[in-house]
Design a protein around this ligand. Structure first.
Ligand code: MF3
Ligand code: CO
Length: 261
C-alpha cells in the first residue's frame, strides 16, 4: 500500500533528508587515501545524532552501522570496517539515512578517492545522470516504468549493467515503503505516479556484467566480474504536479569544489 504524504509531512521529510545530505558532506570531507570506512561511519553517525536525528540504517534488519560503504566492486551494503582502507583510484558509494520526527531520509553518493581512471569517472557520471533523468520522469501521470526505462536506457546505451536485485522504494514513516522503484522497465508500464508520493530513486550501475552475489556476512554484494559499480540516490516527493528533490548533493559540492563529479 502506498502512503500519500501531506505538504506538512513532506516538509518533515525534507528535514530528515537535509540532515542526511549534510552527513554525506561530512563524509566527503574525510574521503581520502588511508582513511578507513569505519571512520566515515563514525563521523556520519555523530553528525546525525548531533542534529537531533537517529541513523536509520543502524540495526535495520540487524545492519550493524549507520552508513553503507561500498568500495569498487562492492555494489551496495558494504559494512564499514577498520580493515577497509581507502586507496588512490578507488570509488566508494556512501549510502546514508536519518530519521527525525518520525520521517526517514535516504541518499547515496559515489565518491572518487583521489584521482580515478577516466573509465571509472565515466561510470560515475553516467550513473548520476541516470538518477537525474529518472527523477525528471517522476511527475504525476507518468508511471514507474517511465522512471525505470529512462535509467536503463541511459546506462545500457553506454554499455553498463543495471543491477536487478536491488531497487529504489517508497519512503516516509518507514525507510522502505511501497512501491518498489525499479531501475529498468518499460515506458507506460507500472503504477501511476500521484501527488503525495515520496520515493527514493537509486540506480546501481555496473561497469561490466550486471550480475552480483551476496557475501557470507549477509550484506555485502559484489559484481560477479569484480568490475566497479556506482550508486547515487535521492529521495523525492511528487507534489503540486512536480518533482521536489528532498535530499541534496549541494553540500557535497561545497566540500569537493572542482573535484565534484
Ligand atoms: N538505504 C538503503 C536503500 O537505499 C538501504 C540500506 S539497508 C541497511 O534502500 F540495512 F543498511 F539499512
Ligand atoms: Co534507498
Amino acid at each position: 500500500m502506498i502512503f500519500l504524504k501531506t505538504d506538512e509531512e513532506i516538509e518533515l521529510m525534507r528535514i530528515a533528508d537535509t540532515i542526511t545530505a549534510k552527513a554525506l558532506a561530512e563524509v566527503a570531507k574525510l574521503v581520502a587515501p588511508g582513511v578507513s570506512t569505519y571512520e566515515l561511519d563514525k563521523r556520519a553517525e555523530e553528525f546525525i545524532r548531533d542534529n537531533g536525528a537517529e541513523p536509520n540504517f543502524l540495526n535495520y534488519a540487524g545492519y550493524p552501522a549507520s552508513i553503507c560503504a561500498s568500495v569498487n566492486d562492492v555494489v551496495v551494503h558494504g559494512i564499514p570496517s577498520k580493515d577497509i582502507i581507502l586507496k588512490e583510484g578507488d570509488i566508494i558509494s556512501v549510502d546514508c539515512g536519518a530519521v527525525k520526527d518520525g520521517f526517514h531520509g535516504d541518499s547515496c553518493y559515489t565518491f572518487p578517492v583521489g584521482d580515478i581512471s577516466p573509465e571509472v569517472m565515466r561510470l560515475c557520471k553516467t550513473t548520476k545522470e541516470a538518477l537525474y533523468k529518472g527523477i525528471e520522469m517522476a511527475i504525476p501521470g507518468n508511471r514507474l516504468g517511465d522512471i525505470g526505462a529512462t535509467i536503463q536506457q541511459h546506462c545500457e546505451a553506454q554499455g553498463y549493467g543495471v543491477v536487478r536485485e536491488m531497487t529504489g522504494h517508497g519512503i516516509g514513516r518507514a525507510m522502505h515503503e511501497d512501491p518498489e522503484v525499479l531501475n529498468y522497465g518499460k515506458r507506460g508500464n507500472g503504477t501511476k505516479l500521484k501527488n503525495g508520493m515520496c520515493i527514493a530513486i537509486e540506480p546501481m550501475i555496473t561497469m561490466g556484467d550486471r550480475n552480483i552475489y551476496f557475501e557470507n556476512d549477509g550484506w555485502t554484494t559484489r559484481t560477479v566480474d569484480h568490475k566497479p559499480a556506482a550508486h547515487y540516490e535521492h529521495s523525492v516527493a511528487i507534489h503540486h504536479g512536480k518533482v521536489d528533490i528532498l535530499s541534496s548533493f549541494e553540500y557535497i559540492k561545497e566540500v569537493l569544489g572542482d573535484r565534484f563529479i
